[in-house]
Design a protein around this ligand. Sequence first.
Ligand code: ACO
Length: 327
Amino acid sequence: MRRSVVVGTGSYLPARVVPNADLATFLDTTDGWIRERTGIGARRIAADDEVTSDLAAHAARRALDRAQLTPEDVDLLIVATVTPDSPMPACAVRVQKKLGITRAPAFDVSAACAGFLFGLTIADQFIRCGTARRAIVVGVELLSRIIDWTDRTTAVLFGDGAGAVVLEANESGDRGVEVVKIHTDGALADALAIPAGGSAEPLTAAGLAAQRNKVHMVGQEVFRAAIKGLGDVAEEVLAEAKITVKDVDAFVFHQANLRILDAVAERLHLDREKLVLVLEETGNTSSASIPIALDAALRSGRIRQGDRVLMAALGAGVSWGGALVRV
Ligand code: ACO
């Protein structure tokens, strides 16, 4: 059976580390509140001269190096992001140019924190259908540019970063993407959104002054949806694969809030030792969080080749998804 095998991963975090204490110098917050309510200790913030496609290209190059492939070997590039360099063209176009890929189709996927899993699903379909042989899927966000830095309820949560995987078609062996499941329910579309800057509310001077072009969130609604969505999709993936949590070597869930992950771990009765966590150092990097965590775990030896990894994410939309991959 033709499968999409992860042959390389890479990630990139901007150099500037911003600990919680730095935020407390200009926001009415404390390191204690942020740690206790979210599990976040610091986040990376991109330099002024860095743009989203820079972060993505760094991560993709590292993934290609790991796979011992060159950009010309790639015939599909998918970039999951809600923070493209500009509204048009797709961020993937800029990433493609920076990588030196010249003909492979390159496009963006917009599914917020679930974006990487949406991209993985699409790339897996291309590969299994034979339309592509090698694909790069990047999850990348430069969220610091779309955050209202005066709003303590959102500003403390997010960070910048990128992660990438290279997938390759393989007809033999038991490694590869085993199950992918993605879902969307638009009923909560307004719970986490950037209200202005599109056709519904073109950006005006008044909108700009009111920060309508920045992230607005009803945190508790998203919190509840995340616990339910992550738990549901993890169970759906396990059922489809006909395995139990005990058969999974590592859980790489979207890193939004430690309390969300604790609740999901409790619901699934999973061994907390198997949870891969990077949240404390990165904050919530949205679509980048799963590939960043996966790359860190593979490079540290925490996840080894042949391990079965269950991934799950939920974000704005709400959109959510899960995947089971033997890496
Ligand atoms: N520092 C200090 N106090 C704060 C802060 C802060 N940074 N933020 C909010 N508070 C205050 C609130 O104003 C409120 O004060 P009040 O009681 O006087 O009104 C109090 O803390 C409690 O606020 P809650 O909103 O009830 O706090 P909660 O425990 O729900 O945590 C949080 C808020 C962290 C946003 C949580 O709801 C959450 O994580 N939601 C998920 C949102 C998320 O992760 N979104 C990212 C994208 S989607 C995703 O990745 C899943």
